[in-house]
Design a protein around this ligand. Structure first.
Ligand SMILES: Nc1ncnc2c1ncn2[C@@H]1O[C@H](COP(=O)(O)OP(=O)(O)OP(=O)(O)O)[C@@H](O)[C@H]1O
Length: 177
């Protein structure tokens, strides 16, 4: 990528977890992009962050890395049915992209599970998957997420699962005019 800064990942005020640094090295991402170097320290010090940046500026990692870091820092470990992070984005494509990036990073942290909740599939399959594997990180589009909140009769109590939420992230693509 051309639009990175001069700052390497180890110049952040808080050192990133070794597993994250390893994945960055494997991806050959040596330097942060501007949105990453601006957002990650704020996010990691539990600040509310609102960022606007052009497409392709590396926004996804600017929240994926802090999500994992913040969940790792929790004093009480997340249980199977406890959601620690929720990412909401308007389109299925974006949600899928985010979950692929998340997967690249969380496979080094087998204690965490993620689930992708998007339309276009049978919602009962999502309910069963959620109950079966649990989810500490949820990446969702709004319609399917709302549906999952109404599935108590099917045995999924998502309202209880999100009581442990640490991070709420809304990824909104820029509207082209
Ligand atoms: N620090 C980095 N160094 C090199 N490449 C990077 C870095 N961060 C992200 N990338 C790569 O840059 C590309 C764009 O990143 P990303 O998809 O996060 O951008 P975005 O701002 O979220 O774009 P969109 O608005 O389309 O979602 C991706 O291919 C990603 O893998």
């Amino acid at each position: 990528m051309d639009n990175t800064t001069d700052s390497t990942w180890d110049s952040l005020p808080v050192k990133l977890n070794e597993g994250i640094l390893q994945t960055l090295e494997e991806l050959k991402f040596t330097h942060m992009t501007p949105v990453q170097s601006a957002c990650i320290p704020l996010f990691m010090s539990n600040k509310d962050v609102a960022a606007e940046a052009v497409t392709g500026s590396g926004k996804t990692l600017a929240f994926v890395i802090p999500i994992i870091e913040l969940l790792l820092k929790r004093e009480e470990k997340l249980k199977k049915m406890q959601v620690g992070a929720l990412v909401i984005t308007p389109t299925r494509e974006l949600a899928l992209q985010i979950s692929e990036v998340m997967e690249q990073f969380i496979h080094k942290f087998p204690q965490f599970t993620q689930i992708l909740l998007i339309g276009g599939t049978n919602p009962i399959e999502d309910v069963e998957k959620f109950k079966d594997q649990g989810a500490n990180i949820v990446i969702a589009t709004p319609g399917r997420l709302e549906d999952m909140f109404r599935r108590k009769a099917d045995g999924l109590d998502l309202a209880s699962a999100v009581r442990s939420l640490d991070v709420l992230c809304h990824d909104q693509p820029q509207i082209q005019t």
